[in-house]
Design a protein around this ligand. Structure first.
Ligand code: SF4
Length: 365
């Protein structure tokens, strides 16, 4: 079995649509993020949405916490390159205002909109407009009644029960266009909650480790939770909740899906050895300079930077393009062929030039 043919099974779910993005039912796993601007700041929010789209984001969420935000959404939605979900807490009327503003979907938190008549009023309106809703259970804002029922603790069972209660209200008004999340900041808790949820329903699931914190620790935490579930086939859309520029969230989401082979590669996949006492060049500098030089450019190639002859020639030969170093210079391989010898100082430039050449002309030219 070669590496390219290894795939993860996907859980069968029903499909919903957020604008023109399909979620669940075998659709590609979509990447989400959330703007950090005030939604009333129309230009600032649109700027962030465009940056998110360029970084690979598929669906964006904006808070709708006041009337000015709803008014902002009415002006943002027609100019947005991505479908927009309004994030609603506490005020069910904001959900109605957001739908009136033209958003493509809602996120409701069952922990803070609890009156059944309010929940059903929103679901009825969403049903009539053909809009999806995410039931977004969050460990930090669990319905107090469920918190008490489960012994004053946030448990996977309590989170799943919260989601299923909300789903039952939606069912009562014949609304089924739903995806669900059960996020927690504790990774084992979040993983178990999603596993139980996946057993309980066939609605598509939105994965996330909530409040993961700043990178790099936040990236590790979020990846631990999201990747574990994706490898089990659970998850139809994902969000990294980082204390960082949201573009970092979109980038991380894309890189994770590419690493798991769940999304077609758009950017460089850099394979570099960690370096050691045998290294013949400054591998860390060459690899970092190469990453910086490639940036977010659409060059879907595997590029290897290897510090010596131990694993160097093997990895460099297997990649689309690679350098295997030896005494301040390196053998440059293109699809397994040693095409040049370049000094250390020119390695990054040579990699970028060859990568551009391959993208334009292929490897047979
Ligand atoms: Fe060390 Fe060479 Fe392995 Fe790099 S490829 S880690 S330099 S032995």
């Amino acid at each position: 079995m070669d590496a390219g043919s290894i795939t993860f099974p996907r859980r069968q779910t029903r499909q919903i649509h957020v604008g023109d993005v399909a979620v669940g039912g075998g659709a590609p796993i979509s990447i989400q993020s959330m703007t950090t601007t005030k939604t009333a700041d129309v230009d600032g929010t649109l700027q962030q949405i465009y940056a998110l789209a360029a970084a690979g984001c598929d669906i964006v969420r904006c808070t709708c916490n006041e009337l000015e935000a709803a008014e902002g959404l009415a002006r943002i939605v027609p100019r947005s390159p991505l479908p927009i979900i309004a994030d609603i807490h506490h005020q069910y009327r904001m959900a109605l205002a957001a739908m009136e503003a033209g958003v493509h979907g809602l996120r409701l938190n069952p922990g803070n909109i609890r009156k059944p008549e309010h929940i059903k009023a929103v679901a009825t309106e969403a049903r009539d407009r053909g809009l999806p809703i995410r039931i977004g259970v969050n460990g930090g804002s669990l319905d107090p009644a469920l918190y008490d029922k489960y012994g004053g603790r946030v448990t996977p069972e309590a989170m799943v029960e919260s989601a299923m209660q909300e789903l039952a209200y939606f069912d009562e008004v014949g609304f089924h266009d739903v995806k669900i999340s059960v996020k927690a900041s504790n990774v084992p808790l979040m993983v178990e909650a999603y596993r139980q949820l996946a057993d309980a329903t066939d609605h598509p699931l939105h994965l996330g480790v909530t409040e993961a914190g700043p990178p790099p620790a936040g990236l590790v935490k979020a990846t631990a939770g999201i990747a574990t579930l994706l490898a089990e086939g659970i998850g139809d859309t994902i969000r990294y909740s980082l204390t960082a520029d949201p573009v970092e969230e979109a980038r991380a989401g894309r890189q994770l899906l590419e690493a798991l082979g769940l999304r077609e590669r758009k950017n460089i996949d850099l394979i570099a050895c960690p370096s050691c006492g045998r290294a013949e060049v400054d591998v860390i500098k060459v690899a970092n300079d190469a990453m910086a030089a490639f940036g977010d450019r659409e060059i879907p190639l595997q590029v290897a930077v290897m510090g010596c002859v131990v694993n160097g020639p093997g990895e460099a030969r297997d990649a689309d393009l690679g350098i295997a170093a030896g005494r301040q210079r390196g053998h440059l391989f293109v699809k397994g062929q040693n095409v040049a010898v370049v000094p250390e100082a020119d390695m990054v430039e040579a990699l970028v030039e060859w990568a551009e050449f391959i993208v334009e002309n292929g490897t047979d030219a």
